[in-house]
Design a protein around this ligand. Structure first.
Ligand SMILES: Nc1ncnc2c1ncn2[C@@H]1O[C@H](COP(=O)(O)OP(=O)(O)OP(=O)(O)O)[C@@H](O)[C@H]1O
Length: 276
């Protein structure tokens, strides 16, 4: 659904991607992780047709995003990290924008607002940042675009809203949809994403399904000094030594995304050999 081949992108003379390859298929929620400034937002903007790569091929649902053809723009919605809302009411915002998305579902939108406890008639400029974000997430989901891009969607959401976010996102997955979420708040996405893609220095460092990770790694608390010494990654926690081993047999199938990320960044060779 999203095919990226040898993508190059620079801001002026400053390169971000120097030959990026990535293939995203429908039916998944992808978690896009990576350190600050590594190019996650830039990648989302290229996919959405907001930035124009100079070299390489970028195909999204059969379109070249940079051409910004109306049929393409109907297929993709992006919830950016920073956004501007005009000083109008929610119904007026919907009236002005829903027409661009042929599959927009008004009933669904109202249900999402209800889930997030946002009054339907509120003025956008009179909302807090978190309330605005929840309104935009609701609108984006109700657009029912096959491609949904989200940049740090849980930033600014309170504890209850983060659970509600996970719930609505889980309900939004379908075999036709490709959802790509860039985040540092990995805990917010645990048990939601089913493929993890890590970008580093403009390249893909890791790209695996959660099923494959569960098949190859085990996350556990250990008190066994041999096991701790031989672990792929370890850190002390209040409960004991939290470790990652390559022996998933007696694991409970849980993944600690924060630990996984740290293991990939600090022990790249070992992780590559496990997933080769
Ligand atoms: N408008 C811009 N003009 C010039 N350089 C930019 C611009 N936007 C981003 N950059 C640079 O491009 C690189 C990638 O930025 P990007 O925002 O894509 O990173 P990111 O992975 O999303 O970071 P973060 O996790 O901090 O949000 C950074 O080095 C950043 O300084």
């Amino acid at each position: 659904m999203i095919q990226i081949t040898n993508l190059h992108y620079s801001y002026g003379s400053r390169p971000v991607f120097k030959g990026l390859h990535l293939d995203l298929v429908p039916g998944h929620i992808y978690g896009l992780l990576g350190k600050n400034g590594t190019g996650k937002s830039t990648l989302l903007r290229c996919i959405a047709g907001l930035l124009f790569p100079r070299k390489g091929a970028l195909q999204v649902a059969g379109f070249t995003p940079g051409k910004r053809e109306p049929q393409f723009l109907q297929q993709v919605f992006m919830v950016p990290e920073e956004f501007y809302f005009p000083n109008i009411s929610i119904p007026r915002f919907v009236e002005c924008n829903a027409a661009f998305y042929p599959r927009f579902d008004h009933h669904q939108f109202k249900n999402y607002l209800k889930e997030f406890a946002i009054p339907e008639t509120q003025l956008l400029q009179e909302m807090s940042y978190g309330q605005k974000k929840k309104t935009l997430i609701s609108f984006g989901l109700a657009c029912n675009t096959p491609i949904l891009l989200m940049d740090e969607p849980t930033n600014g959401l309170d504890i209850m809203s983060k659970s509600q976010f996970r719930k609505v996102m889980a309900g939004a997955v379908s075999p036709e949809k490709c959802i790509l979420i860039s985040t540092h708040q990995v805990k917010d996405l645990e048990n939601l994403i089913d493929r993890i893609t890590i970008i580093d220095e403009g390249n893909i460092l890791f790209d695996q399904t959660v099923d494959r990770i569960i098949n190859r790694l085990q996350f556990k608390i250990s008190f066994d000094s041999d096991e701790i010494r031989n672990a792929i990654y370890r850190e002390t926690s209040l409960k004991g030594n939290a470790i990652i081993t390559s022996n998933p047999e007696d694991g409970d199938g849980n993944i600690d995304l924060e630990m996984l990320y740290k293991a990939i960044v600090t022990n790249q060779e070992k992780m590559q050999s496990i997933f080769k």
